[in-house]
Design a protein around this ligand. Structure first.
Ligand SMILES: [Zn+2]
Length: 239
């Protein structure tokens, strides 16, 4: 049985939502993630987590979205959108899902930084304030610790490890260097936060050849799934 909305017939979708009125909506962006990881890392990572969460809980999984705000905007390969656009699109998703019968929406972002987190949480809070639907809006690491650390970085030990666990064929450790030149693609574009990406040399605090691995990635993914499954149960009891 599929959990993917795009593979269901209307009657299958209706039955799935009547059985378990929870929908997962995941987003990431194309963004520079050093030389050893694909540009789609954030979206591929959150898609892998969302697929497992849907299988584990029986929630309906929507098609992957590729939308987010700054980020490492000036680095080559990154594509971002304005805060207004991102908020508008996701609030329109919430309208559709609410009308379809979702009681809990799990809105996950695999791209983060304070501006993306602010944007997704604002979109959710503004919609939730006017309606009965509950929205769990968060980056995957929120509320989770692995070996005493929050599994949150940029192309570092945790993102690399989760990529090794979820899509090892796209991890190119032979391209990895602890220090590398950031490929700048254009000067900063205006954004409401006045944010500018780092330039010049990027240096990982740890040597990922020693710290990253599929086993750690698998533990991080499992800790995230445990947390999200518990959060869904909490919210289902409130509706
Ligand atoms: Zn990332």
């Amino acid at each position: 049985m599929t959990h993917k909305a795009e593979e269901m017939t209307p009657s299958e979708l209706r039955a799935a939502l009547e059985r378990y009125p929870v929908v997962i909506l995941a987003t990431g962006i194309l963004e520079w993630h050093a030389d050893h990881l694909p540009l789609g890392l954030d979206a591929l990572k959150i898609r892998g987590i969302a697929e497992r969460l849907a299988e584990r809980t029986g929630a309906v999984l929507l098609p992957q979205q590729w939308l987010g705000v700054v980020g490492y905007d000036e680095m080559f390969g990154t594509i971002t959108f304005s805060k207004e656009t991102v908020k508008r699109v996701f609030k329109e998703f919430f309208v559709n899902l609410d009308l379809m019968g979702a009681k809990v929406i799990v809105f996950l972002t695999g791209h983060y930084g304070p501006y993306q987190v602010e944007t997704v949480k604002e979109a959710a809070a503004e919609y939730e304030a006017a309606r009965d639907v509950r929205i769990i809006a968060q980056p995957e690491y929120e509320g989770v610790t692995v070996d005493g650390r929050e599994p949150c970085d940029h192309a570092g030990t945790f993102e690399t490890s989760m990529a090794m666990a979820l899509f090892p064929e796209l991890v190119r450790m032979e391209e990895y260097t602890q220090e590398l030149e950031i490929p700048t693609q254009h000067p900063p574009r205006p954004n409401p936060w006045g944010y500018e990406s780092p330039r010049g040399t990027w240096r990982f605090p740890e040597d990922l050849r020693e710290t990253a691995g599929a086993e750690l990635g698998e533990r991080a993914v499992q800790a995230i799934l445990d947390h999200l499954a518990a959060r869904i149960e909490e919210e289902l009891h409130r509706v």
